[in-house]
Design a protein around this ligand. Structure first.
Ligand code: IMP
Ligand code: MG
Length: 179
C-alpha cells in the first residue's frame, strides 16, 4: 500500500469484478447499437480503459475535458468544458464515462452541453457515486460503487494530479492535505 494512503476503500479485485458486471449490463442494454463512449478527462482514463474492454459491442470512443477543481478538494461550481474538436454527437447513443459523481455540477453542465447536440440517447456511467454531496439534480444510469462521503484517490482519481495510477480507490492520510 502507498505510504500516503489511510485506507483502501475498493480493492483492485472488487473494482475489476464490478466493471465486468457493468460491461455486461451495458452490452445487453445496447445490443445492436454502437454506443459513443465519451470519457471525461482526466479522471476517467483508467475506468474508461477497463469498461470499454468489458463492453462486447462496437463502440466509438471520444474524450472531453471538464474541470471545476483547482488543487483543492472542494467543488467550485464553475465548470469549464473543452473538446479538442467538435466531434459528431447528433443521433448517437452516448454514454458519458466519469470517475466520480460528487456535487453533480460537472455532469449537469456536460449533460446540457451534449443534449444541445441532439444525441439519440444519453446515459451516465460512473465508477463512483457520492450521493451525500449532490447539489445538481442528476443521477447515474450505471454506477460502479456508492462512495462514502470522503475525498478518495486512485483508479484515475487524483489529489493535485497525484495518485491517479494507484490500482485501488483509497482515502489519503489527513496530513497529506495540509502539506
Ligand atoms: P462534481 O462536479 O462535484 O460532481 O465533481 C466531479 C469531479 O470532481 C470528478 O470528475 C472528479 O474529477 C472530482 N472529484 C470529486 N470528488 C472527488 C474525490 O473524492 N477525489 C478526487 N476527485 C474528486
Ligand atoms: Mg473528473
Amino acid at each position: 500500500m502507498h505510504k500516503d494512503i489511510r485506507e483502501i476503500i475498493f480493492t483492485e479485485d472488487e473494482i475489476r469484478l464490478r466493471i465486468r458486471e457493468l460491461g455486461e449490463e451495458i452490452t445487453a442494454d445496447y445490443a445492436g447499437k454502437t454506443p459513443l463512449l465519451i470519457g471525461v478527462l482526466k479522471g476517467c482514463y483508467v475506468f474508461l480503459g477497463d469498461i470499454a474492454r468489458s463492453i462486447d459491442l462496437d463502440c466509438e470512443i471520444r474524450f472531453i475535458t471538464a474541470s471545476s477543481y483547482g488543487v483543492s478538494t472542494i467543488t467550485s461550481g464553475d465548470v469549464r468544458i473543452g473538446m479538442d474538436f467538435d466531434f459528431p454527437i447528433a443521433g448517437k447513443d452516448v454514454i458519458i464515462i466519469e470517475d466520480i459523481l460528487d456535487s453533480g455540477n460537472t455532469l449537469a453542465a456536460l449533460r446540457n452541453f451534449i443534449l444541445a447536440r441532439k444525441p439519440a440517447s444519453l446515459k451516465i456511467c460512473t465508477l463512483l457515486d457520492k450521493p451525500a454531496r449532490r447539489q445538481a439534480s442528476i443521477n447515474p444510469d450505471y454506477t460502479g460503487f456508492l462512495c462514502p462521503d470522503e475525498f478518495v484517490v486512485g483508479f484515475g482519481l487524483d489529489y493535485a494530479e497525484r495518485y491517479r495510477n494507484l490500482p485501488y480507490v483509497a482515502s489519503l492520510k489527513p496530513e497529506i492535505y495540509s502539506e
